[in-house]
Design a binder for this molecule. Structure first.
Ligand code: SF4
Length: 327
């Protein structure tokens, strides 16, 4: 479909709300599927070109040995997962990877480090990486754990565009997943990032054995932030041997699509990202997610330490759907 034809179907924008009640969000989840999809698509078209997908690449710049105990994470030092603790990557290696990502069509380059929070000397090194990646013409994103207000300002001064820090799940289910940092600490970091003028990337993970009510609670927490995150990654749990979540959990793909649609409706101006778990999704599920309002994907062979969808397969799928990378 050409962009001219798409514009003909553009819908009026809705007011951006930050007062979503759980009753309202639950009611969205319970809508008949065609009705939910129609509402999500209508809002998607009001704010975005529906054929465009923003493409990000994620590089793990410091892998493994993390002192946190996130139950889904193979990088936690609490679990035997076979992921080796490595040192922070060199600037040259990061820039080489960023150049390759840019040449493969990525517009944003995310750098992830398995830290509880960055140490002073490490932050200086990450700031140099941010400056270098930006000089290549890419948007920059980092996920480094908790930040103080001062650290957030330092990253902003280096030119960081986005900071990722997820809420992961509902406040009620959170204690089942992580014990080494609180929900409030996450909210505090998000506040520091926002106050520093860095765009926020914040979402969560589903399929961890949570109830639908927890997905409702997670979307409510995200949609009622003082400013909606500019990016909302919705991850499907990737079960990794050795982690507490290696068994059980899982989610019906249509419930995953519903979660995407509800995120789109409640945060219509945000980019909604299909993140971890895409490797195991059928093309049909991914296509439904795009119809539900997802408009960003991670692209590249590895998503931190779990396999990501094969890049050729991604491009073939976008081609089949007549969709194009967002510029
Ligand atoms: S998700 Fe992040 S903070 Fe949690 S264990 Fe993994 S690397 Fe550490």
């Amino acid at each position: 479909m050409t962009s001219v034809a798409v514009e003909a179907f553009a819908m009026p924008a809705a007011a951006i709300r930050h007062d979503w009640s759980r009753v309202e969000i639950r009611a969205l989840f319970e809508l008949p599927f065609p009705e939910l999809m129609f509402r999500a698509q209508s809002l998607h078209r009001a704010y975005f070109e529906p054929t465009e997908v923003q493409i990000s690449t994620l590089l793990s710049i410091k892998t493994g040995g993390c002192p946190e105990d996130c139950a889904y994470c193979p990088q936690s030092a609490h679990y035997e997962t076979g992921v080796k603790a490595e040192k922070l990557m060199s600037l040259d290696t990061v820039l080489e990877e960023a150049r390759a990502a840019r040449d493969a069509g990525a517009s944003r380059f995310c750098m992830g480090a398995a830290w509880r929070e960055p140490k002073h000397r490490d932050l200086d090194k990450v700031c140099a990486m941010v400056e270098g990646v930006r000089a290549l013409g890419l948007e920059t994103c980092a996920t480094l754990g908790m930040l103080t207000a001062k650290q957030a300002r330092q990253l902003k001064a280096a030119g960081l565009d986005y900071y990722n820090h997820n809420l992961d799940t509902s406040p009620e289910f959170y204690g089942e997943i992580i014990s080494t940092r609180t929900y409030q600490e996450r909210l505090d970091t998000l506040g520091h990032v926002r106050d520093a003028g860095i765009h926020v990337c914040c979402g969560g993970i589903v399929g961890m054995g949570e109830a639908r009510e927890d997905r409702v609670g997670m979307i409510a927490a995200l949609a009622n932030l003082p400013v909606h995150p500019e990016s909302v990654p919705i991850n499907m749990l990737v079960k990794v041997e050795g982690t507490p979540l290696a068994r059980g959990g899982g989610l019906d793909p249509l419930e995953f699509v519903r979660t995407i649609a509800v995120a789109r409706i409640t945060m219509p101006r945000s980019v909604v990202r299909l993140s971890a778990g895409r490797e195991d999704m059928s093309e049909e599920t991914q296509a439904l997610c795009f119809l539900a309002g997802a408009n960003s994907i991670f692209y590249g062979p590895k998503l931190l330490t779990t396999p990501n969808s094969d890049t050729d397969r991604d491009m073939r799928l976008l081609d089949k759907l007549g969709m194009v990378p967002m510029r």
